[in-house]
Write a protein that binds this ligand. Structure first.
Ligand code: C2E
Ligand code: MG
Ligand code: MG
Length: 522
């Protein structure tokens, strides 16, 4: 009010706090006008003061609600975003680094589901306090929701390496703090967390982008086994971007019919063609022929395997139907690969039957290759579906046998017809006694379970001989032919000398090394 008295200024609505005699604080808002005598001299002022404590409290509350997380009282996403924007600016101008740490509690959902939300809330509150204890006052700890926390570190070194170290030290501190047992009611609970770190410095980068990077790094920490930290690096992003591009290409591929099936011969001990395995190929407009190893996993993750797998079944069945019309080919079988996700889908059995019905293919000539990953979930259901299809004549082979986790008791119960020894054992069967022992064991085991054994990856005549001598009677591999357009199966029924006759001159060890690269139809 000195201004009013000395200069005659008019003061309007200034807000200030006063302490009452009982020690409590009140907010006032005042306006004042100078009052003058006849000579115009200021003699005092007239003012109004209002108590605005209630309004101030309401404003505070609104601000708290808008900017803070009600459970932990930490800044929420909105306030974090504001502060982060400011910090990014500051770092650019003052030439030091800042860091963003994404923290996600491991397996929090399980705790929440088993112990209840009250206990979950308690753990979150304690975690919030612990994280806050690991950083300076000027840094920000925020909660994004759920079990996700974010720490923004301020004023790290201007030197990248040092700044990284500083951020990693804090991340380690946080991990250690979150590792201590939590007391929830009377129970002790253990928890861990995963932390993703990204730094920012002078290059302009949006808050959104920074959050994405830290989030991505956090997922890498999870993938690395949890209870650890990972630093964002651009290669991470490149791989995510590539994956996203692949996914959209894959969706288009389905509608634009870029898929085709190649076939690889299956032969018996006499070198006679008994059938072929259908192997999926993708004729990518820019990348050429893409092998399934590069897109099946993504197709499974995205669910695209369902329409894709159905297409494989229908195309393979159509091939069977076509062979059935040719007396010299009508005995051939087709083996089609089925992914676990495809098999588990409720429409799987109806889908197979549909493919058989619409094409008129003989179900007895269709073999489905499944993998051990199917056995990780509900084995009863798997058995049920297999039975339904076997009742129609469809047969089953367990692919890549020996590489998975199947327990023998499951194997015994599965209504299988064949197991396929994985090529990794076949490859070294001649020079690695361990692999030879595994292969022999698989054959013996299959024998006791009444299953036949198919060997894949048969690359040389010596493989063929060894396998045939050791009880494996169906063979597949480069020695007999690489996968290729269906035509190569039909034309390549060479009469190889059976291994038992020990021909001295080896047959073309690699009859069609580039069969896969030849243009062809499905
Ligand atoms: P798989 O079913 O075990 O198929 C055998 C793989 O071994 C094929 O690779 C084949 O080209 C390769 N191979 C055959 N003979 C030899 C050999 O002598 N030496 C070596 N080193 N390799 C040989 P491909 O075609 O790249 O397929 C890879 C995998 O992709 C398949 O393994 C199968 O798991 C999956 N796959 C292929 N087609 C489909 C499909 O239609 N649906 C699903 N879900 N998966 C498929
Ligand atoms: Mg297979
Ligand atoms: Mg295999």
């Amino acid at each position: 009010f000195a201004d009013v008295m000395h200069h005659g200024h008019h003061v309007q609505d200034i807000e200030y706090r006063v302490q009452h005699s009982d020690g409590s604080w009140r907010w006032h808002s005042s306006s004042a006008l100078p009052s003058r005598d006849e000579a115009g001299q200021i003699t005092g002022f007239q003012g109004i003061a209002r108590d605005i404590t209630a309004r101030k409290q309401a404003e505070d509350e609104i601000r708290t609600l808008a900017f803070y997380d009600p459970l932990t009282q930490l800044p929420n996403r909105r306030l974090l975003t504001e502060r982060l924007e400011a910090s990014v600016d500051l770092c650019r101008h003052e030439n030091h680094h800042g860091a963003l740490l994404f923290i996600d509690l491991d397996n929090f959902k399980i705790l929440n589901d088993t112990l209840g939300h009250d206990q979950g809330d308690r753990l979150l509150t304690q975690a919030a306090r612990r994280i806050s204890g690991c950083v300076h006052k000027a840094d920000t700890v925020a909660r994004l929701g759920g079990d996700e926390f974010v720490v923004m570190l301020h004023r790290l070194s201007h030197e990248a390496q040092e700044a990284t170290q500083q951020a990693e030290i804090v991340a380690d501190k946080i991990l250690a703090a979150l590792n201590h047992p939590y007391l929830l009611g009377s129970q002790e609970h253990h928890s861990t967390a995963s932390v993703g770190i990204t730094l920012f410095h002078r290059e302009p980068v949006s808050v959104d982008e920074l959050m994405k990077r830290a989030d991505l790094a956090m997922y890498q920490a999870k993938a690395a086994g949890r209870n650890t930290q990972r630093l964002f690096d651009p290669a991470m992003q490149a791989s995510v971007t590539a994956r996203a591009a692949l996914e959209s290409d894959l969706r288009r591929a389905l509608t634009e019919e870029q898929f085709l099936l190649h076939y690889q011969a299956l032969v018996d001990d006499d070198g006679q063609l008994t059938g072929a395995e259908a192997l999926l190929r993708w004729r990518h407009p820019d990348r050429g022929l893409v092998p399934p190893g590069e897109f099946i996993a993504l197709a499974e993750d995205t669910g695209l395997i369902l329409p894709l797998g159905q297409w494989v079944l229908e195309t393979a069945c159509a091939q069977l139907a076509e062979w059935a019309r040719d007396p010299s080919l009508k005995h051939l079988k087709v083996a089609a690969n089925v992914s676990a996700r495809q098999f588990r889908h409720p429409d799987f059995v109806p889908g197979v039957l549909r493919a058989l019905n619409t094409t008129g293919a003989d179900p007895h000539r269709l073999k489905l290759e499944i993998t051990e990953s199917l056995l990780l979930e509900d084995v009863e259901e798997v058995i049920g579906k297999m039975r339904q299809l076997r009742a129609r004549g469809v047969t089953f082979a367990l692919d890549d046998f020996g590489t998975g986790y199947s327990s023998l008791s499951y194997l015994k119960r599965l209504p299988l017809d064949d197991v396929k020894i994985d090529q990794s054992f076949v490859r070294d069967v001649l020079n690695d006694p361990n692999d030879a022992a595994i292969a022999r064991t698989i054959v013996a085991l299959a024998g006791t379970l009444g299953l036949r054994v198919i060997a894949e990856g048969v690359e040389t005549r010596e493989h063929w001989e060894w396998l045939s001598r050791n009880g494996c009677h169906t063979h597949q591999g480069y020695y007999f032919g690489r996968p290729g357009p269906v035509g190569i199966i039909q034309e390549a029924i060479p009469n190889r000398t059976p291994p038992t006759q020990r021909a001295s001159s080896p047959i073309r060890a690699n009859p069609r090394p580039d069969a896969d690269k030849r243009p062809g139809s499905r």
